[in-house]
Design a protein around this ligand. Structure first.
Ligand SMILES: [Zn+2]
Length: 699
């Protein structure tokens, strides 16, 4: 029955599409034809900027027709003809969106940015038309009302409840006037988010520290100097060295450069991004976003935006979030203060004659690290050649879940720099395709992330295999050395690959799932534990020249230093998390002076002047994107990942029973089940904070 229904819809759609779209565009647009690519991956090599707007338009037209068919169905609403049909609708829109937004993040240009500005509000309006369609909601509600009597399985019941809650949370129960206002707010929010990102990218690319006097390089390791020289040459500068506010360029400079003034210049350039009262200023944009969000929450009957957004997450309420953040803040702040004292002692002993400032932290922390832990980043990097680390990631996935990886040549790629792998299950069957794109470029936003070009599902009765997209901003190769990663970058690759595994091992029926940062960082963060496990390091951390595995003595130093600088790491992160919550627990729109608001709040919580939050408001893209009132999610997931990894420590590093349970109870069902139920099914009890506090030395 379901198949027949779909065929009819498709026929109707071809007719619709023909009437409303430019015929010639339809003929050449790769989104409209069979891709004819290996694994049906999107044909990146044939997609160009001009294809996106017509593809988005056609995709929205198709989904509208699908929705109309659901609403106009003369049969009474059923799970299949309403919920499943809804889950299946918008397939083309998903295809186009995933490609477009992936490229906007990792390979953008003026044209794509222009399209993003144009299309984002239209997509928001399209989504609102569906979410606020009264006929559609009536059918969803009818199925929801009788769900207990429908003999649905657990996953189906969850899907019905998820759809119903989603509609209510998106305003389905509001009156016409409020719905109209809600649509306006959503439109405006979508525009503002795009503007914020474009400004941030311009500001990040807009600053370059150009060094022409060799003396100013004093303290910097050869590899860092070579990278900066290469960057200068690419900019057409001879006998010069260029540093930027991209982290792989900035952090080594802050860690090693003896010239304190230049450290200040570079770090300040980083922290004032979006806050320079120029055309790229983000202050009024954030203020408007925050105010529109609280207005939206109030409209929907919630006290604050945080109450609204936390409701479907594991944390549930702002009170629960604050309970965790406050506990950790109180534990971390004294540790950070002790770290300041230790560094100030070094400054004084050297006769520095100044107080430690934020741009000094990395430099003196590195001295502490060398003095107390005898650990030198430069000593480590040769053991972390990028491809070796990647093989280490693959090794862990193999030991835990039996997965294997084969590099694919001649594949369409979202960017020529990306590597592509086919992933196989232990029985040799195809599991997924994964793209890995490692290094910074001006067309890429900062940070590291893992997205999906396609998510696993079998909503339409056929198994759809995942296509994963992992993107980083790692240290690049120089003319003399391959890409040698820092310890942080090693952890990041394992982290992002954990997100990839969440996608690769998904085993759900429906497309529509629930995603939440407070649980969503569990699969990623748990991988960092294996990255640092000595047995695993011995496998992947091989010297890039000699092939010698990392010596025990270095591993011991890494282990010993695992609590090094934790006061800073936690305080820097928690200050940003608390700031995120502070913005989103406003109870009504207010006249927001962003700098004053930020400063007075940070003073109130007692942030020390030597630390600037990991993100200041004007470049805190997590909170303008999907992690609004959600940046706490990393540490909430932190409680979970330390507690989950303890289950392996209690058995063995690759204990097959525990791995199997993690796979079936967490990774396979992710998004299709209540989070606490998932957790308890894996761990046999509710989460405990003890392992996190112990491992971070905060107890
Ligand atoms: Zn993550």
């Amino acid at each position: 029955m379901r198949k027949l229904f779909l065929v009819i819809v498709c026929v109707a759609l071809v007719g619709c599409g023909g009437q409303t779209t430019d015929e010639s565009a339809t003929e050449v647009n790769p989104f409209f034809a069979d891709y004819g690519t290996p694994f049906n991956v999107q044909p990146f090599d044939r997609i160009d900027e001009a294809h996106f707007v017509p593809a988005f338009e056609e995709a929205m037209t198709r989904q509208n027709a699908e929705i109309t068919a659901i609403v106009d169905n003369p049969e009474a609403p059923t799970f299949d003809n309403t919920i499943v049909a809804l889950d299946q609708s918008g397939e083309l829109l998903g295809e186009v969106s995933r490609v477009f937004f992936a490229l906007s993040g990792s390979n953008t240009n003026d044209e794509l940015q222009g399209i993003q500005k144009e299309i984002s509000p239209r997509l928001a309006a399209h989504k609102d038309e569906i979410q606020l369609n009264p006929g559609l909601f009536a059918r969803v509600k009818a199925v929801h009302d009788e769900r207990e009597a429908l003999d649905l399985n657990r996953e189906q019941l969850f899907l019905v409840e998820n759809f119903y809650d989603r509609y209510v949370r998106n305003g389905a129960l509001l009156n016409d006037e409020d719905q109209t206002r809600l649509k306006e707010i959503n439109q405006r929010l979508s525009q503002l988010r795009v503007e914020f990102s474009a400004n941030l990218l311009a500001e990040t690319n807009g600053f370059k520290l150009v060094i022409e006097d060799k003396a100013d390089l004093s303290g910097l390791p050869d590899g860092v100097i070579a990278t900066a020289a290469g960057k200068a040459r690419r900019e057409g500068l001879e006998n010069a060295w260029v540093f930027t506010t991209h982290k792989p360029s900035m952090l080594p400079f802050l860690t090693y450069a003896e010239n304190r003034d230049l450290r200040e210049q570079l770090y300040t350039a980083y922290t004032v991004r979006g806050n320079q009262d120029n055309e790229y200023d983000n202050k009024t944009i954030v203020a408007e976003i925050v105010n529109l969000r609280v207005e939206k929450a109030n409209l929907l009957g919630y006290e604050t935006f945080a109450h609204y957004t936390l409701e479907p997450r594991m944390a549930g309420t702002p009170e629960n979030v604050y309970k965790l953040l406050d506990q950790l803040w109180d534990a971390s702040l004294p540790v950070a203060k002790r770290e300041v004292q230790a560094m100030q002692a070094i400054i004084d002993a050297e006769g520095g004659g100044f107080e430690l400032a934020p741009w000094d932290w990395w430099y003196f922390a590195e001295k502490v690290r060398k003095a107390e832990y005898d650990l030198d980043d430069n000593e480590l990097r040769p053991y972390f050649e990028l491809n070796n680390v990647r093989d280490g990631v693959f090794y862990v996935a193999n030991q835990l879940y039996g997965l294997t990886f084969v590099e694919l040549e001649d594949m369409p790629k979202p960017h020529p720099d990306a590597q592509v792998f086919e992933v196989f299950e232990a029985d040799g069957s195809h599991a997924a395709v994964i793209y890995m794109d490692y290094h910074p470029r001006e067309s890429k936003r900062g940070g590291a992330w893992c997205g999906r070009f396609r998510s696993q599902n079998r909503s339409a009765g056929v198994e759809v295999d995942p296509v994963i997209n992992l993107v980083c901003n790692f240290t690049t190769a120089t003319e003399d050395t391959p890409a040698l990663l820092s310890l942080d970058e090693v952890e990041t690759l394992f982290h992002e690959f954990g997100h990839a595994l969440d996608g690769i091992l998904a085993n759900v029926t429906y497309r529509t799932g629930v995603r939440s940062p407070d649980f969503g960082e569990l699969p990623s963060q748990i991988m960092e534990h294996w990255a640092m496990a000595p047995e695993v390091m011995k496998v992947y951390a091989k010297h890039y020249q000699t092939g010698e595995p990392i010596p025990d003595e270095l591993i011991a130093k890494i282990e010993k230093s695992s609590t090094f600088n934790q006061g800073f790491i936690q305080v820097e992160y928690l200050a940003a998390s608390l700031l995120d919550m502070e913005y989103h627990t406003l109870t009504e729109p207010t006249d927001l002076d962003i700098n004053a608001f930020e400063q007075s709040y940070l003073d109130e919580i007692g942030l020390i002047p030597e630390i600037i939050p990991r993100y200041r408001t004007t470049y805190f893209s997590h909170i303008t994107g999907g992690y609004a009132a959600g940046y706490y999610g990393y540490v909430w997931s932190g409680v979970l990942d330390h507690d989950a990894f303890a289950a392996f420590e209690e058995t063995s590093l690759f204990d097959q029973k525990t791995a199997q349970r993690f796979r079936t109870e967490i990774l396979e069902v992710s998004g299709s089940k209540d989070y606490m139920e998932m957790w308890v099914a894996f761990r046999g009890r509710e989460p405990e904070i003890g392992p996190l506090l112990r491992n971070l030395g905060l107890q």
